[in-house]
Ligand binder design. Sequence first.
Ligand SMILES: *Cc1c(COP(=O)(O)O)cnc(C)c1O
Length: 430
Amino acid sequence: MTDTPRHGFDTMQIHAGSRPDPATGARQTPIYQTTAYVFRDADHAAALFNLQEVGFIYSRLTNPTVAVLQERMAALEGGVGAVCCSSGHGAQIMALFPLMGPGCNLIASTRLYGGTVTQFSQTIRRFGWSVKFVDFDDLDALEAAVDENTRAIFCESIANPGGYITDLDAVGALAQKVGLPLIVDNTTATPYLCRPIEHGATLVVHSLTKYLTGNGTVTGGVIIDSGKFDWSASGKFPSLSEPEPAYHGLKFHETFGPMAFTFHGIAIGLRDLGMTLNPQAAHYTLMGIETLSLRMERHCTNALRVAQWLEKDPRVAYVTYAGLPSSPWHHRVARICPKGASGLFTFSLKAGYDACRKLIDNVAIFSHVANLGDTRSLIIHSASTTHRQLTEAQQVAAGAAPDVVRLSIGIEDPEDLIADLDQAMKKAGA
Ligand SMILES: *Cc1c(COP(=O)(O)O)cnc(C)c1O
């Protein structure tokens, strides 16, 4: 999909996938706000529908603005292709859809975004799929959970919200040993901090909503395919390896080789599930990605400053930021996310649940919202919001216990963020 030569990250985040508009010379990627594309003639239309020629048919499937974003994300993650979706949660369903069927299961880490725990433990059951949650630091348990109906292994690189870092090398090696694709949600890390494909991931999924757009303007998602998985080796992935009845018997893997997943995602996934990203959202996301590395550097240094200050404060019980040497996962930073541990972490107030809630009501710079990865600093009490649908045991496992507050540190002046937390903690009687 991408013919952009491999450059450094900062160059790729601005240039990969984009070129001056052939019609007008426009330097910035235009927003192609169109539903359909005129075919040159009947043969051209037939070739497009047969997937013999790559081009634009209808914007539920492909759109030139969205295509630039797909190429850029594939380049940044080191994959061969990408499929954009209408949300991060859409991307997760779209990643599993070609792999799963009724009766199939996936194995997922216990340390996941709360919405993902709910999606996997409840909603996917309607498709006849199921999940087994396992502690991904227990590789024996992970391997033991694999059965003949398992089709995928799923985790987050840096887990939201607990400051946990998955040992992707170990999990990737295990996935390879058992012949299953590893899907990594890289939302919290972004490809600037972590490149899961280099650690063995088959597919990488993102919520574009977070750091990639970076300013809280878009809901979107993307799946990046490494192109490295052999979908035909085991007979477990018939939608990719066998004649697919939903596309007049096309064998995707045989026809498209390493691009099989990407073509399947567009030709069947977007066509029939319709979780399509709109071109306006793709435009905002492309604007955001141009400054991704600069923002992530500042998110990381600010988060470390605030986390260090909180950790020394006697009102604070503990801080879970993998950038702190006190974190049990600090030793994984250098290997998994060498440029930093992102801007998301939690802390606990000794004064407990009520003080946490009062703290949130008294901050002035931090915004109380259910989002993360914004230029603005954000605060939330996960247990009563994003992780509310979970049992208390699941909340604790996910790092969202009732006395825990989650911060998404923005790119403001760190002194102002510290002063804001200090005054709010005083008012909360912490
Ligand atoms: C937000 C988030 C999602 C879901 O993304 P949406 O764009 O909100 O659908 C999935 N995983 C992680 C880690 C997230 O932070």
